[in-house]
Each structure stands twice: as structure tokens, then as C-alpha cells.
Design a binder for this molecule. Structure first.
Ligand SMILES: *Cc1c(COP(=O)(O)O)cnc(C)c1O
Length: 354
């Protein structure tokens, strides 16, 4: 099925206002956005229009009861200057998994992908090419009923907008093991990119920042003994540059696409990977014995966020310096070069836009 999208282009591009050398993360928006509305039980009126405010009712159901989900992916230019996306089908599938969990309608792959490709093609000049940069793409869906009763909304809007970005975490981060608050527990919606999961993280993260940390490491809700993930990244721990540990998919952590890419590449490279429960104790013991040679978070925004130190029960445990990190440096370069078409994509992860 070919998707027919109504296109209204802006008469005044803002691209000359963007300083591509110094882009502030998430504050600059490209010229256009995609929108499609779910009404009368079907997705209707797909359109690309100038980026700008949208009108909503004060009773908008998403604001009150939180049926709101999102995705994050990136577009790049290859050396020939052609726009390409990294693993977009995985983002589409994950958004639909989030939609099901939140009682929202799924969006057909061809509609999501059609809007996405056309939007990125139209705003192609917004894809930055400086080392480490990309066009961050934010798809999202929210409930639009203006009705104050607590029930699943009948109407929804799905949109996509784009932000040119530079690298996200320029220097290695200090993380604190969180033992008071819980992000998600069995039966909740930890695996969904649902807005509420991020709302509940703001206070714990702010408290950690006050103590001098950049992020928190969530622990499991039942025992607080096992590590789960950190901010919007999945976690990896490298033992003596050989054995790599990452928490297993348990329904509580977000199933990261960068995580999946890292596991695949590391296996191909011959590393031993274990996806399992990882106790905080095991990690702290390894730092004490100088066996933890690398640790990092993985996510679309940063690709790899190196961990400089782990704070646990008031003590900071430091990791080897950033330059010596064999695994995280190799992963970052490999993934970024696949994304930007500088090395061959043997896994069909890259999708051309035009
Ligand atoms: C988005 C996200 C990730 C990373 O997922 P990617 O697909 O790699 O970007 C990890 N954890 C959380 C909580 C997230 O929201």
C-alpha cells in the first residue's frame, strides 16, 4: 500500500539560523514535522507541515492520564551525501509494543515508515555531517480525547519531528547506584518507552545530581541487588577486556536497539557475552580487584556513554581512564561508521531514505 501524504512546505526555512558547529542538544528543530490522526478507528489525514505549535484541549487525555509514548532514532548522511536511517523498523516495532502496553492503537509500518522517510528527505539539509553528529528523529503518539473520565482515549495523534544534534555525553559520566527509588518492576511498563517512566525518574536523577553524579543506575524493584539500566541507556560491564556482562531482558528494562547492535557486533568479534542478572556486589567487587576494565551505557542519543565512576553507598569506585577503554571505543567507532556509511553494513541495519 502506497501512502499518500499531504505536503505543505514552509515558505521560510530556518536552516540559516542553525549554527551546525555548536548545536545545543534537543533545542533546534528542523523545518518540518509529520502528523497523522487516529479518529473513527483509523489513521487519517497523514501530512507533512512546517514545524510549529499544535493546538490542544486543556482536557487532553494524554496530559491527565499519561497515554503517551515515544521513540528515538537517528538519520545520517553517507559519504555520497545520501540520507539514511539506522534500524528504523526496530523503532517502529518497539513503538507498537509500547502502544499495546499503554492500550493505544498500533500504527501500520508502511504509514510510520512512509512519513518518516518523506520527512527526513524533505529536511535532508538539516542532517549535520560534523564528526559525532546526526539528525535525531523523535516519533511519538499521544491520546487526544478532551474527556476527563479515566478511560482509554478513543482518538490519538502520531507525530515525528527532527533535531540536528552533536554527540550527547562528551565526557565519561559518574553514576550512582539507586537503592531508594524504583523505575519499574514485574508487571509494570518498564519495557515501554512510555512518558510516565521518564516522569518518575526526574526526582531521583535530580537528587543524584545534587550529590555530584550525572545519572543513576536503577536496581531491581524487589531486592535492589541487581543492576538494570541508567537514564536512557542500557548497561554493559567489561571484565578484563574479555567477558562482557549486560542485564537480561526481563520486561523491566528498555530493549535498546543500540544494546542489540552492540551484542551482535561483540559476538561477531569473538567476545564472550552474558545476558543475565548482574548484582551490584559483583560489579563493586570487580572494581576493587581492578577487573572492571570498562563500563558504559548504550542508547541512540550517545551511542556509547562511558562510565567514569560508580557511586555505591557513599563511596565512589573509579574505572580506568577513557582513552584506555578498548571495548567502548571500538563499539562507538564501529557503530558510528556503519551509521554514516563509512564501513560496510553487513547486517542490513541501514536504510536509505530516498
Ligand atoms: C531509549 C532507551 C534506551 C536505549 O534504547 P536505544 O534503542 O538504544 O536508543 C535504554 N533505556 C531506556 C530507559 C530508554 O528509554
Amino acid at each position: 500500500m502506497a501512502i499518500s501524504i499531504k505536503i505543505s512546505k514552509t515558505s521560510q526555512s530556518r536552516i540559516h539560523l542553525c549554527d551546525f558547529e555548536n548545536i545545543e542538544f534537543g533545542k533546534i528543530f528542523s523545518d518540518h514535522m509529520f502528523r497523522v490522526d487516529y479518529e473513527d478507528g483509523k489513521w487519517q489525514n497523514p501530512q507533512i507541515l512546517p514545524y510549529g505549535p499544535i493546538e490542544i484541549s486543556p482536557a487532553l487525555s494524554a496530559i491527565h492520564y499519561g497515554q503517551s509514548i515515544f521513540e528515538g532514532m537517528k538519520a545520517f548522511k553517507n559519504p555520497a551525501g545520501e540520507a539514511q536511517l539506522f534500524r528504523p523498523i526496530d523503532n517502529i516495532n518497539r513503538l507498537n509494543k509500547s502502544a499495546v502496553r499503554m492500550g493505544m492503537p498500533e500504527i501500520p509500518e508502511e504509514l510510520f515508515l512512509g512519513g518518516l522517510k518523506q520527512l527526513v528527505a524533505i529536511d535532508k539539509d538539516w542532517i549535520p555531517t560534523k564528526e559525532g553528529s546526526a539528525l535525531y528523529v523523535r516519533p511519538f503518539m499521544f491520546a487526544t480525547d478532551d474527556y476527563v473520565g479515566v478511560r482509554s482515549s478513543i482518538n490519538y495523534t502520531f507525530m515525528i519531528f527532527c533535531c540536528p544534534v552533536n554527540s550527547y555525553y562528551p565526557k565519561p559520566i559518574k553514576v550512582k547506584v539507586e537503592k531508594k527509588y524504583v523505575r519499574a518492576s514485574a508487571g509494570m511498563a518498564g519495557y515501554a518507552k512510555a512518558a510516565g517512566n521518564y516522569g518518575i525518574s526526574m526526582l531521583p536523577t535530580a537528587e543524584a545530581k545534587k550529590e555530584g553524579y550525572d545519572q543513576i543506575i536503577w536496581t531491581d524493584g524487589r531486592t535492589h541487588e541487581n543492576v538494570e539500566e541508567s537514564g536512557t541507556t542500557n548497561l554493559f560491564f567489561v571484565m578484563e577486556d574479555k567477558l562482557i556482562l549486560t542485564p537480561r531482558i526481563d520486561g523491566n528494562i528498555l530493549e535498546g536497539i543500540t544494546r542489540a547492535s552492540c551484542i551482535h557486533l561483540l559476538k561477531e568479534e569473538g567476545y564472550e557475552i552474558q545476558e543475565r542478572d548482574i548484582s551490584v556486589k559483583e560489579i563493586i567487587e570487580a572494581t576493587k580487584a581492578n577487573k572492571l576494565t570498562d563500563a558504559f551505557g548504550t542508547g541512540t542519543a550517545a551511542i556509547i556513554a562511558k562510565i567514569a565512576a560508580i557511586g555505591f553507598e557513599g563511596t565512589d569506585y573509579f574505572l580506568p581512564e577513557a582513552e584506555s577503554r578498548k571495548v567502548s571505543n571500538w563499539l562507538y567507532n564501529t557503530i558510528y561508521q556503519i551509521q554514516t556509511g563509512k564501513i560496510a553494513d553487513q547486517n542490513n541495519w541501514v536504510m536509505p531514505v530516498e
